[in-house]
Design a binder for this molecule. Structure first.
Ligand code: G3P
Ligand code: CA
Length: 403
């Protein structure tokens, strides 16, 4: 069933190249209002960990499906193996995204350690060679409702393999597929003696991609990692990620609890500022000194909030007997996109997902509404677990702008 759905998606999107060409052609039409993106170009569909809503994330299969679904960009998170190879996994703890716990030969490597100050038990990539990690299979993460029948079937991949895929697929599709690597837990890796940055720079330089217009964006939550790479001569577009711990749906304000209150390198250096300090005009100006854009969590752009009764209780808008995000309502957008653009920064918010439990009441159960909301504000792209939905919503948005 899933396979037939996926092949239908792919058939429906077989014209992605033609649409891309049509968009490019429309770009030259002077009668059209320019898009509200930083440079007026079409906002990017960034496949977050590949088509991770459908297949085990950060595998070649998930990236290939994302590209077939129309994604412009594929996103890997980078961590290091014991032998210093950059691989695509969201967490150094392999238990969260692979079947390592089912492998008796690795049972003795289970341990408890800390990652960015958080105590974790599991199997850690820094204790495994690439050859050993290649014996594991990726598993679906995030939502219990996502398909599990592909768990264990697809291998963990190296960053080099992802670059090679993007280059091959760009040729095959006749359109440029960019990559968007994130240095994951860079301070943690440096302390392990397995720093990420030099290896990432090496691959970028060897690929011939060390320019501002190359099909690559490099992202990190830690400013120090981005600044280090810039100081070492990395010229590609750098994106500062901006997190928070959670939202308070009563007030609509974001909350800041460790370890998601500030970048881990700020914590280590005693810098008391929070992620919220990055979205002020001064914070954006500082980011502009070392980066080309920001990747904020969505509610920095569209806050979400419950309606409250006179007694201050949350209104159960959808009448399902409980109150959660699906009862909340989008608030007026902040000025973040405009402020960032004024500072000359791209804005790529994260993460867009299809599951109904992740959509506010005013989205009426349709994820396309959320994409449209953000496109209309003028974001330069977004990270999505469901690139087919993002692609379709973008086509709708471009149509409403006359393209
Ligand atoms: O990289 C953009 C966004 O995905 C950041 O969140 O936790 O998925 O890396 P995370
Ligand atoms: Ca990421």
């Amino acid at each position: 069933m899933l396979h037939s759905n996926l092949s239908r998606h792919v058939r429906n999107l077989a014209s992605a190249t033609a649409i891309a060409l049509a968009i490019a052609a429309c770009g030259g039409n002077d009668s059209l209002e320019p898009l509200k993106t930083l440079d007026g170009s079409v906002p990017l569909v960034v496949a977050h960990r590949g088509a991770s809503g459908y297949l085990p994330e950060e595998t070649l299969e998930a990236y290939t499906l994302a590209i077939d679904m129309g994604a412009d960009v594929i996103e890997p998170d980078l961590i290091s193996t014991k032998d210093g190879v950059l691989i695509a996994r969201h967490d150094p703890n392999l238990d969260t995204s692979t079947n390592v716990s089912t492998k008796p030969e690795f049972a003795s490597r289970k341990k408890t350690t800390t990652v960015d100050g958080e105590t974790q038990t599991g199997w850690f990539a820094s204790d495994f060679t690439l050859a050993e990690i290649k014996t594991l299979g990726g598993i679906i993460t995030s939502d219990a409702t996502r398909p599990k029948q592909f768990d264990g079937l697809y291998k963990v991949v190296t960053f080099q393999e992802i670059v090679d895929l993007a280059i091959a697929k760009s040729k095959e599709k006749g359109r440029t597929i960019a990559v968007y690597p994130e240095t994951k837990n860079p301070t943690y890796h440096r302390e392990l003696g397995l720093p990420l940055e030099d290896k990432l720079i090496d691959i970028i330089v060897k690929t011939g991609w060390n320019t501002k217009t190359s099909p690559i964006y490099v992202q990190s939550f830690e400013p120090g990692s981005l600044k280090l790479m810039r100081s070492k001569g990395l010229n590609v577009r750098l994106i500062q990620l901006i997190d928070a711990d959670d939202y308070d749906l009563k007030t609509g304000k974001l909350t800041y609890a460790a370890p998601f209150d500030r970048p881990y390198d700020w914590f280590k250096s005693g810098d008391k500022r929070l992620f919220s300090d990055m979205v002020t005009p001064a914070g954006l100006a500082e980011i502009k000194t070392y980066a080309d854009g920001i990747g904020p969590w969505k509610p920095y752009i569209v806050p979400v909030k419950w309606e409250l009764t006179a007694a201050g209780a949350a209104v159960d808008k959808n009448g399902d007997g409980k109150t959660d995000l699906t009862d909340a309502v989008s608030q007026a957008p902040t000025t973040l996109v405009a402020d960032a653009h004024k500072a000359g920064l791209l804005v790529h918010p994260y993460t867009f997902r299809n599951e109904k439990r992740r959509l506010t009441f005013d989205m009426a159960g349709d994820p396309a509404n959320e994409y449209l909301q953000f496109f209309r504000i003028g974001v330069d792209g977004m990270f999505s677990d469901f690139p087919d939905t993002a692609f379709a919503a973008r086509a709708k948005y471009l149509k409403e702008t006359g393209r």
